[in-house]
Design a protein around this ligand. Structure first.
Ligand SMILES: Cc1cc2nc3c(=O)[nH]c(=O)nc-3n(C[C@H](O)[C@H](O)[C@H](O)COP(=O)(O)OP(=O)(O)OC[C@H]3O[C@@H](n4cnc5c(N)ncnc54)[C@H](O)[C@@H]3O)c2cc1C
Length: 445
């Protein structure tokens, strides 16, 4: 069997090109009304997809609330912090709206052919031919701006941190750090937060001074870095450190690091994969989520890591668990592994995954009705079963849609259901299920 391994140069697309764009009025400044039809909490790729879909449904009285300065601000800030230059998701995954023939990401890249590098053009041709391809972050960001402008998302966007979402029979009150607004429907698109280190590692609370999480800026130029974690984020931290001439210790819990193109089995991006997930009961879904949401790294990294390992610039500690992490004041940080070995570095970077924001801390506990860390959602509409005017799109919908829910493509599937339910609810004046969709797949609770 021939195995096709994509090459590392695909990882290096330029960033910061000037893309021609539609005129945008800028983030909305008009006073926030007391009541609107729909509030979207979170303006990342998922919130953008929902806002765009509602626009297609003719739902215009919408507010998008996010702590970041602009739509998708946190998404690109995280990506740029990691110096990630290409997306893991291919050209067909984009925050454009399912079922509407907008300009798609691939069309957008082709329209800007003259701005693409020869490598990027080759990837576009691969996508056109139906092969796996990589998307430059630069193209994706320009495309998001295009979607934002084309669907008037900027005008609906307000910078605000949401503190509380209180559902009532006829409306939902959303309280932010600066104002409150009532909405007939609310869609939570709050993404994921960093997964925190177990309490045992240093006793809980903030990490020791030389230890940091992946989404925190870190001082460059450590002589020796310890990276903990086995996913794409860890791979970027390792790559960046190697590029700076830093020696890296990489601690990987499994016996071997996993290389694969997509971060979940690609069948879960397709209807049959979702159907397979939807047919089974809660415990089996949980098992599928645990089995298929495991950390992995894109193939493109493998040759670089193999070379660095052979040259002794990268030491991979495979099949090792972390027991403790501590600082030697003024000197170094120490990671103690399960077998007693100590790995010492100038800094330790933790990339141990993310946890879905499922509405806890915003909605009342009874409305989230969390079980095994997942909210209780209606499979058809992704409404909270105990708060049917509130919906979830993104990682929080994992137990309804399967392992791809957190990905850009999963947002499109979730968005199609949620936007249809919100539009129907506004039209019919109630929190109605989507007409025409099959009854809930399995009594999984
Ligand atoms: C570095 C990195 C690279 C990734 N690459 C890919 C990829 O290539 N392909 C892919 O499919 N997925 C990728 N992912 C997964 C990725 O998280 C999702 O696809 C995407 O970010 C999810 O979009 P989202 O809108 O659900 O979440 P986010 O992008 O995190 O957006 C959520 C938004 O909600 C806001 N928010 C949260 N709580 C509140 C609150 N209380 N008040 C106000 N605002 C709030 C946040 O500020 C944020 O802007 C990547 C993730 C990371 C971290």
């Amino acid at each position: 069997m021939i195995t096709f391994v994509p090459e590392p140069h695909l990882l290096d697309s330029p960033r910061g090109r000037h893309w021609p764009h539609l005129p945008v009025p800028g983030v909305g400044t008009a006073p926030v009304p007391a009541a609107v039809d729909a509030v979207i909490v979170g303006g990342g790729p998922a919130g953008l997809a929902v806002a765009s879909a509602l626009w297609h449904h003719g739902v215009e009285d919408v507010l998008v609330l996010d702590s970041a300065d602009q739509p998708c601000g946190r998404f690109f800030a995280r990506i740029d912090l990691l110096r990630q230059r290409i997306l893991r998701s291919p050209y067909e995954h984009h925050p454009g709206v399912e079922g509407y023939r907008d300009c798609e990401l691939l069309d957008f890249a082709r329209l800007h052919w003259s701005l693409l590098t020869p490598v990027e053009r080759r990837e576009v041709r691969m996508a056109q031919a139906g092969h796996r391809s990589v998307v430059p972050v630069d193209v994706f960001e320009a495309y998001c701006r295009h979607i934002i402008a084309g669907h008037h998302v900027d005008e609906r966007y307000r910078r605000a941190t949401v503190r509380e979402v209180r559902p009532a029979a006829d409306a939902v009150t959303v309280r932010t750090d600066t104002f409150a607004v009532d909405a007939r429907f609310v869609v939570l698109c709050t993404g994921e937060e960093r997964r925190l280190a177990p309490r045992e590692w240093w006793g809980g609370g903030a990490p020791p001074p030389r230890v940091g999480y992946w989404d925190e800026p870190a001082a460059a130029g450590a002589g020796q870095l310890v990276v903990v974690g086995a996913g794409l984020t860890a791979a970027h931290l390792v790559t960046n450190a190697l590029a700076e001439g830093t020696r890296v210790h990489w601690v990987v819990r499994e016996d071997v690091e996993r290389y694969q193109c997509a971060d979940v089995n690609s069948s879960f991006f397709r209807p049959e994969g979702r159907a397979r997930f939807g047919r089974v009961k809660w415990d089996d879904r949980l098992e599928l989520m645990n089995r298929f949401r495991r950390a992995s790294v894109m193939f493109e990294f493998r040759p670089r890591f193999q070379q660095a390992e052979a040259a002794g610039r990268l030491v991979v500690h495979r099949g090792r668990t972390v027991e403790r992490v501590h600082d030697v004041p003024g000197d170094s940080a120490v990671v103690r592994l399960g077998d007693g070995e100590q790995v010492i570095g100038d800094r330790v970077a933790l990339a141990i995954g993310t946890a879905p924001s499922i509405g806890e801390g915003l909605l009342p506990e009874a409305a989230v009705a969390a079980r095994d860390g997942w909210p209780d959602l209606d499979d058809r509409t992704l409404a909270y079963r105990r708060a049917p005017r509130v919906f979830a799109v993104g990682a929080a919908a994992g137990m309804a849609l399967g392992p791809a829910a957190r990905n850009i493509d999963g947002h499109r599937v979730a968005t199609a259901r949620v936007a249809a339910a919100v539009a129907a609810g506004l039209r019919d004046g109630c929190a109605a299920p989507i007409p025409g969709l099959p009854d809930q797949v399995a009594a999984h609770v």
